[in-house]
Design a binder for this molecule. Sequence first.
Ligand SMILES: CC(C)(COP(=O)(O)OP(=O)(O)OC[C@H]1O[C@@H](n2cnc3c(N)ncnc32)[C@H](O)[C@@H]1OP(=O)(O)O)[C@@H](O)C(=O)NCCC(=O)NCCS
Length: 296
Amino acid sequence: MDEVIKGHAARVRAVDPLVGGHDDLRERGEEPLRARDAVGVASVDRIDPGSLRASWSPLTVHRLEARVAGPDPEAALGGLVDRWIGALRSGDPEQALVVPWPSRDTAPVRALAVRGFAPIAVSAVRRLRKRSVRASAIRRATLADLEVVTWLYERLVAFDAQFGWVTVRASTSARIRELLVGEALPLEWCWVAEVEGEVAGVVIVSPPERSRWIARSVNARPVAYLGVLYVEPSVRGQGVGTALTEIAQSHAAAHGVHSMVLHHALPNPFSAPFWARRGYRPLITQWVRHLPQTTG
Ligand SMILES: CC(C)(COP(=O)(O)OP(=O)(O)OC[C@H]1O[C@@H](n2cnc3c(N)ncnc32)[C@H](O)[C@@H]1OP(=O)(O)O)[C@@H](O)C(=O)NCCC(=O)NCCS
């Protein structure tokens, strides 16, 4: 098997064993496109304007089925997409570009965001299975938790940076620490979750007096703002995030809060379903477009 496809399959399997069809790359008569650490098959679908499919799709859909590997999957995918777009010819009506990607394989997707691709639809799956719960303890965080909360907060920023809007800067760590020492730990509602004696998750909520900047966007006040929720990958899927959210919500409700507000990245495959299941629904959508990077 092609080394690129093998590397791609291993990475995808590691992040989501439920994704199928990524152990190979089906060619459709066309020569595969190649770039450094990347291989893909491009196809074009010209849809009959009178068909029902035309109601569900643009009329000309260029599709890239890509496999990327190596130390920098984002650069690999970017190189392949540039080669693909450079070879497209115009002239067809209603042209759209589609790159399907396994939702939880987040490492390469910034390459799509910075080239103007926006996530528009997903196929979704739910596994039906029984799961055991590992004991976890939730407690209020204090300044004694500064180091671990700073670290978890930094991990959240780095995680969100994968989606092309948030960026880890040289100053990130220092600014987080300042915020925690000066404001969040003494003034806000902050809990940590311990799993087997180790702090593995954090939630931080700004009470209504510190959430005025966003309260105007909600017609059911008082409003609290959930600014941080992060759970370490090794303990995800065991109810830790849910427990942190529930304690924050019930504490806020006991203090008279009517609405909890938060932001999450739509392409984040963890937060979008998580918040939907917790009963959160979209309030304001931020539509964004990245302008092409100029080089040289
Ligand atoms: C979003 C995030 C905080 C969720 O934390 P988590 O601890 O994995 O959340 P939970 O375990 O409570 O819920 C996740 C899944 O476990 C399930 N679950 C919840 N309680 C459970 C329990 N007691 N037993 C078994 N499964 C449970 C949930 O229903 C959900 O189910 P799923 O397979 O059907 O998806 C975590 O994925 C994370 O930190 N992601 C990266 C950062 C991020 O996205 N933060 C949010 C920013 S807005």
